[in-house]
Write a protein that binds this ligand. Structure first.
Ligand code: ATP
Ligand code: MG
Length: 183
C-alpha cells in the first residue's frame, strides 16, 4: 500500500486545487515556516477520519476550510482526496480487489461532511474500517509527528497497548467485537 498523491482544494492554505505527488521511495517536503508543510499532513489525517479540531490544530472542525488571506476571499468548502496504490491488496473490504483506492472527504461551512471511496458516497466508518490494522489512521503510528516518540515513551501502559494492538493487527477485531456487543 502506498500513497500515490494527494489532491487538496480549499483546505487550509491550499485554496486553489493542488496535487502533491509522492514518488516511489522517498519524498521530502521543504519550505519556509508557515508555507503549509504541516497542513499536508493535517489533510491526510483529516481524510482518514480525524474528528478532533484540536488534533488538526484548529478550534472548530470548519477551521480546515480556507479562511481568506490579504488578497483572497474565504471559500465555502474544503476537499481532500488521497489516492492509494493497492496492488498488494493490503486495503481490505469491498474494494479489496482494486489496484487503486481513492479516499475523499469534503466539508462545507455548515459543518456537513461527505466521504467517498472510489467516487461513491460512503460513511466515515467505511473509511476507518478499511484502514484498521494497516498502521495508517488519523492517530496511528503510520504518521509520526514531532513529539510522537516522546509521547510513546512516556505513555501509560493502557495507551501503549493501543499502539501495540494496532501494530499486531488485532485492533480491527477488537473494534468488531465492540460493535457486536453494542448491538
Ligand atoms: P513550520 O515550518 O513553521 O512548521 P509549516 O510549513 O508546517 O510551518 P503550516 O503549519 O502547515 O506551516 O501552515 C501554516 C499556514 O497555514 C499559516 O500561514 C496559516 O495562516 C495557514 N492556514 C491554516 N489554516 C488556514 C485556513 N483555514 N485558511 C487559510 N490559511 C490557513
Ligand atoms: Mg509545521
Amino acid at each position: 500500500m502506498r500513497l500515490k498523491y494527494i489532491k487538496l482544494a480549499g483546505f487550509k492554505s491550499f485554496v486553489d486545487p493542488t496535487k502533491v505527488p509522492f514518488e516511489q521511495q522517498m519524498t521530502a517536503i521543504v519550505g519556509p515556516n508557515g508555507c503549509g508543510k504541516s497542513n499536508i499532513i493535517d489533510a491526510v489525517r483529516w481524510v482518514l477520519g480525524e474528528s478532533s479540531a484540536k488534533h488538526l490544530r484548529g478550534d472548530a472542525m470548519t477551521d480546515v476550510i480556507f479562511n481568506g488571506a490579504a488578497s483572497r476571499k474565504p471559500v465555502g468548502q474544503a476537499s481532500v482526496e488521497l489516492m492509494f496504490d493497492n496492488m498488494s491488496g493490503r486495503l481490505q473490504g469491498s474494494l479489496a480487489n482494486r489496484n487503486e483506492i481513492s479516499v475523499r472527504r469534503l466539508v462545507n461551512r455548515d459543518g456537513q461532511n461527505s466521504y467517498y471511496l472510489n467516487g461513491s458516497k460512503c460513511r466515515r466508518r467505511d473509511i476507518t474500517d478499511i484502514f484498521l490494522g494497516t498502521g495508517l489512521g488519523p492517530r496511528s503510528y503510520g504518521i509520526i509527528e514531532q513529539g510522537t516518540i516522546s509521547r510513546l515513551i512516556e505513555s501509560k501502559p493502557q495507551e501503549l497497548r493501543v499502539f501495540i494492538e494496532e501494530a499486531a493487527g488485532i485492533s480491527k477485531y477488537k473494534e468488531r467485537r465492540r460493535d457486536t456487543e453494542n448491538r
